[in-house]
Design a binder for this molecule. Structure first.
Ligand SMILES: *[C@@H]1O[C@H](CO)[C@@H](O)[C@H](O)[C@H]1NC(C)=O
Ligand SMILES: *[C@@H]1O[C@H](CO)[C@@H](O)[C@H](O)[C@H]1NC(C)=O
Ligand SMILES: *[C@@H]1O[C@H](CO)[C@@H](O)[C@H](O)[C@H]1NC(C)=O
Ligand SMILES: *[C@H]1O[C@@H](CO)[C@H](O)[C@@H](O)[C@@H]1NC(C)=O
Length: 968
């Protein structure tokens, strides 16, 4: 027999013998052993002890007084306190607890004890603290509790007690605190409990109590807290209130009617007065201004009003020096908000006057309330503009001005509100663009600007607010296309951009917003197809894409959206089969109304799909002509026109070249003599620049024509080859943006080209000289020219030509600042069908694609990489070889890290200074850097092609022009 069991058996034996010998409950037989016996019985009634607190510690072999949670009295050596709070224990209380006759404190808060309290506990007549808060006790509060005559703290909060409050509690004259919050107690409050002369706090919040508050309640001088919120109490407040010690009167959320008695002002120590959401009416007594210690005044949701002149009332509240929360919302206060609200205490943190029928303007002086964290003036009739002084609320976390008639712009001063978490300006008449500085609101989580008259594009940097939860910009006049950066808002839950004039494609990056629940892009001018990536919106429940110009098919990937409950793609130009699985099982015809060619199940009232027959090509083309052309927006039209124009140009160039592969024959014949003469014997004065294989001179031919003469230094290894290469390339190509060859001059010792002279030199000079500065537009045009040249080299000719050495010094500018790509000395012509080749020629460090540098792989994608670097350099004015780029840091990385949040950090400072329209400039720069980064993808397969570069750049330019010229 082990020791524990022996001890238990021994104890049980002793106890049995004792109880047998001493017939009734005699204190003599209750000793420390019976305490241990009772506690071990208690332990056996604990069915779950997740932390094994009692399992090992409450051992019969150790003194009960050393057990965890047990306190013994020093004199009589009996258990006086049991505290097992916050241990997540599950169990019931056995009758044996009643034998702990010396117990004065019983605290088992925050566990899961259930059942009812055993009657035997009535014997714990020494109990002072009974703390059963947050368990699962049910049944009536036993009336024997009235026998616990020394009880001071009666704490039963957060259980499931159902019976009425036992009037017997009034017998406990020592009671200080009654806390029965969060139970299900019905019936009325027994007025007898207010006979308890020591009662300081009574908490009955969140029960089902009804009937009046016993009038005596308001005459108990010991009471400090009366907390009766959220019951069904009714009746009037007594007109005579004598509460000399009351600190908190919290009786909101009941059905109390009548007036607020003036006598409240006698309760001078009052700190919290909460009468919200009752049926109180009449005037708010000005005398409340006498409650000098008041910190909380919440009268919201009544039928209260204030005397005119209204300013007197607000002035009376200015006496409340400690006021932190003032909520008078949902009362017909009427009148205006006087400037004197600025005289309220600066301790004010929350100021709510929503739904108060207030007219007039928002007083500028309201900004004196410098500690405000919440300002709520929603649903009034406020007019005028939002005062820019609101930007001074540097503690503000919530600004709620929706549902008024506010007009004018959103003041950019709001961008100073660094702590702002929620901004609600919806349903006003606000106009002009959304301030571009909203990205300063780094604490912002919720932005509601719906139903205003906001114009222009959504500022690009708005999407840099990574932690936004809700963005609602619906029903405004916003235009432009949506940025890919939308995908930055990784935790977005609601995105509503419906009812605007947004155009362009739906950014595929939206598909990465895995927390998105509600997405509406309805009623815009969006085009393109629904991104396949939408299959990644795994949390989506609501998706509205109706009333756009979307075409293509509904991606089958949407079948994976298992939470999707609402889908609307009506009024678009969608075609093809409606997916059938997943949430599509539940969608009806209303989801798919009025599209061009959706097919599927008969219940959706669309024609059946012709299974197995893939759409003939002709009809696809016809479809594009028939449907796409009339609907594409201006942007697409312009791009299309540019493309058509380019193509026709290309054809014009191509045909004669293919017929006559030797345009050299048409070149002017120029002798070496003439060149010597033209360049004054290649004098240094005429030197335009030096390259790896030779020098370029300016010269004037005998007929006065100014030319550039590139002379190869034949001592340099590879110069011959370079000449041949360039010759080969130049003889085959001709394009507006390639430097034109006029003639060659070649013999065994002298090899040169005569080229079109470019009076404006090269891009490098323009970028880095002090006195020449290119505007955004000039730089854009230059880069569009270079992209055109690339597109032609890569795709315009039967053999793709790779330039291999794109850099600013190879971009020459004619007198009209049109760019011409030059220097084909290391260019490569890819053979038939080859998309790449290997070579050992070294291009210029910094511009070279990684696969070229490391493996000598030459492909058109290598040029695209160099182009990306060139693009970054052109707009940052930083060479990839700049000293600041060393180790891990490169130009690309620098741009990448800044993009798009801090794009202005990398942009050439001259552009920031010179462009008047900062926002458009910034948008434009973000797009450009985004494009550049796409060009510089590490893996060449991931880079875009020259044609896409050209299309994108043209779009960027068009947008920039619309933004800047549309406004000036
Ligand atoms: C029980 O816990 C108390 C307090 O943590 C500790 O002093 C005592 O030694 C423990 N007893 C055993 C048997 O673990
Ligand atoms: C019981 O213990 C908890 C901490 O474990 C403490 O917060 C609480 O005040 C104690 N209760 C009593 C009545 O001593
Ligand atoms: C609000 O009080 C006014 C009188 O002050 C009364 O005419 C009106 O009926 C009350 N409205 C409600 C909803 O009780
Ligand atoms: C006290 O508790 C009762 C149960 O309520 C037991 O039956 C008794 O045996 C116990 N008495 C002692 C002395 O432990």
């Amino acid at each position: 027999m082990d020791r524990t069991r022996f001890t238990i058996l021994f104890c049980v034996t002793v106890l049995l013998v004792q109880s047998y010998m001493c017939s009734s409950a005699d204190a003599a037989i209750l000793n420390i052993n019976s305490d241990q016996y009772a506690l071990l019985a208690f332990k056996t009634h604990i069915s779950y002890d997740p932390h094994n607190v009692l399992t090992n510690n409450w051992s019969a072999s150790t003194s009960v007084c050393s057990w965890i949670g047990i306190t013994c009295g020093s004199r009589h050596h009996r258990v006086t306190a049991l505290n097992l709070s916050y241990l997540s224990l599950v169990g019931i209380i056995p009758p044996h607890m009643g034998n702990l006759s010396f117990l004065s404190r019983l605290s088992i808060q925050n566990n899961s004890f259930h059942g009812s309290m055993p009657n035997e506990m009535a014997g714990l007549y020494r109990l002072q603290i009974l703390a059963l808060n947050f368990n699962k006790f049910s049944g009536e509060i036993p009336s024997w509790m009235g026998l616990l005559s020394k009880l001071q703290y009666f704490l039963l909060r957060g259980n499931s007690f159902t019976g009425t409050i036992p009037p017997s509690l009034s017998n406990i004259s020592s009671l200080k605190i009654i806390d029965l919050r969060y139970n299900e107690l019905p019936g009325s409050i027994p007025s007898s409990i207010f006979n308890i002369s020591n009662l300081q706090e009574i908490h009955l919040t969140y029960n089902k109590l009804s009937g009046p508050i016993p009038p005596i309640t308001f005459n108990i001088s010991s009471l400090k807290i009366i907390n009766l919120k959220f019951n069904n109490l009714s009746g009037h407040l007594p007109s005579n209130i004598v509460l000399p010690n009351l600190q908190s009167l919290l009786i909101g959320g009941n059905g109390l009617s009548g007036k607020i008695p003036n006598s409240f002002s006698n309760a001078s120590p009052l700190i919290e007065l909460e009468l919200a959401y009752n049926l109180l009416s009449g005037l708010i007594p000005k005398a409340l201004g006498n409650l000098k210690l008041l910190e909380l005044l919440n009268l919201a949701g009544n039928n209260l009003t204030i005397e005119t002149p209204k300013s007197w009332f607000y002035s009376s509240l200015a006496n409340l020096k400690y006021l932190r929360i003032l909520d008078l919302s949902e009362n017909p206060l009427n009148g205006i908000l006087p400037g004197s609200v600025g005289n309220l205490s600066t301790s004010l943190q929350q100021f709510s006057l929503g739904d108060c029928n207030i007219k007039g303007t928002i007083p500028r002086d309201i900004s004196n309330l410098s500690n405000l964290t919440l300002l709520n003036l929603t649903n009034n009739e406020l007019v005028g503009s939002i005062p820019n002084t609101l930007g001074r609320f540097n503690m503000l976390e919530g600004l709620y001005l929706q549902g008024n008639k506010l007009e004018g712009p959103i003041p950019p001063d709001l961008c100073y509100l660094e702590r702002l978490v929620e901004l609600h300006l919806g349903s006003n008449e606000l106009s002009e663009p959304i301030p571009a500085c909203f990205d300063n609101l780094t604490s912002l989580r919720v932005l509601h600007l719906a139903f205003n008259k906001l114009t222009s594009t959504v500022p690009l940097n708005l999407w840099t607010l990574t932690y936004m939860l809700e963005v609602n910009l619906s029903s405004n006049f916003l235009d432009g296309s949506l940025s890919l950066d939308i995908g930055n808002m990784k935790v977005l839950i609601i995105l509503d951009l419906s009812g605007n004039k947004l155009s362009g494609d739906i950014p595929i990056t939206i598909g990465g917003l895995t927390d998105l629940v509600n997405l509406s892009l309805a009623d815009n001018r969006l085009e393109g197809s629904i991104p396949e990536s939408f299959g990644g919106l795994v949390s989506l429940e609501f998706l509205d894409l109706s009333k756009n110009n979307l075409f293509g098919e509904i991606p089958k990937s949407l079948e994976a959206l298992s939470h999707l409950k609402y889908l609307n793609v009506s009024f678009n130009r969608l075609r093809g089969k409606i997916p059938v699985r997943g949430p599509f099982v539940n969608f009806s015809t209303t989801s798919f109304l009025s599209n061009d060619g959706l097919c599927g199940a008969p219940r959706l009232q669309v024609p059946p799909c012709k299974e197995g027959v893939s759409r003939p090509k002709k009809s696809a083309a016809a479809h594009i002509l028939k449907y796409a052309l009339p609907t594409i927006g201006l942007t697409m039209l312009v791009v299309a026109l540019i493309l058509v124009w380019k193509r026709s140009q290309k054809r014009n160039v191509k045909i004669p070249m293919e017929e006559n592969s030797l345009p050299l024959a048409t070149w002017r014949r120029i002798s070496q003599q003439e060149l010597l003469h033209a360049t004054e014997l290649f004098s240094a004065n005429n030197l335009l620049g030096k390259g790896s294989f030779g020098s370029v001179y300016q010269g004037t031919l005998s007929d006065g024509m100014i030319v550039a003469i590139k002379v190869f230094d034949l001592k340099v290894e590879g110069a011959f080859k370079s000449f041949d290469t360039e010759c080969e390339v130049l003889r085959n190509i001709r394009h507006r943006n390639l430097v034109k060859i006029i003639s060659t001059c070649s013999n065994m010792d002298f090899k040169s080209f005569v080229l079109e002279y470019m009076p404006n030199g090269n891009l490098e000079k323009w970028l880095y000289s002090q006195d020449r500065c290119l505007s955004v537009l000039q730089r854009l045009n230059i880069m569009i020219d270079v992209a055109s040249a690339l597109e032609y080299l890569h795709q315009g000719y039967s053999t793709p030509i790779v330039h291999c050495d794109l850099k600013p010094s190879n971009v020459l500018l004619d007198e009209d600042m049109v760019a011409h790509v030059a220097d084909f000395g290391i260019a490569k012509m890819l053979g038939d069908g080859d998309s790449m080749m290997r070579t050992m020629t070294l291009a210029t460090i910094g511009y070279m694609a990684p696969e070229y540098g490391s493996e000598g792989i030459v492909s058109t994608r290598g040029d695209v990489y160099s182009y990306g670097i060139l693009l970054m350099e052109t707009f940052t004015r930083k060479k990839p070889t700049d000293d600041m780029f060393f180790g891990e840091m490169s130009l690309k990385r620098w741009v990448e890290e800044s993009s798009p949040l801090l794009v202005t950090k990398v942009v050439d400072a001259y552009l920031l200074r010179s462009e008047r329209d900062y926002a458009s400039m910034q948008n434009c720069m973000s797009s450009i850097m985004g494009l550049a980064l796409q060009c510089c993808a590490e893996l060449h397969e991931q880079r875009i092609n020259a044609k896409s570069i050209l299309i994108t750049l043209n779009k960027i330019k068009l947008k920039f022009l619309q933004d800047t010229q549309g406004r000036s």
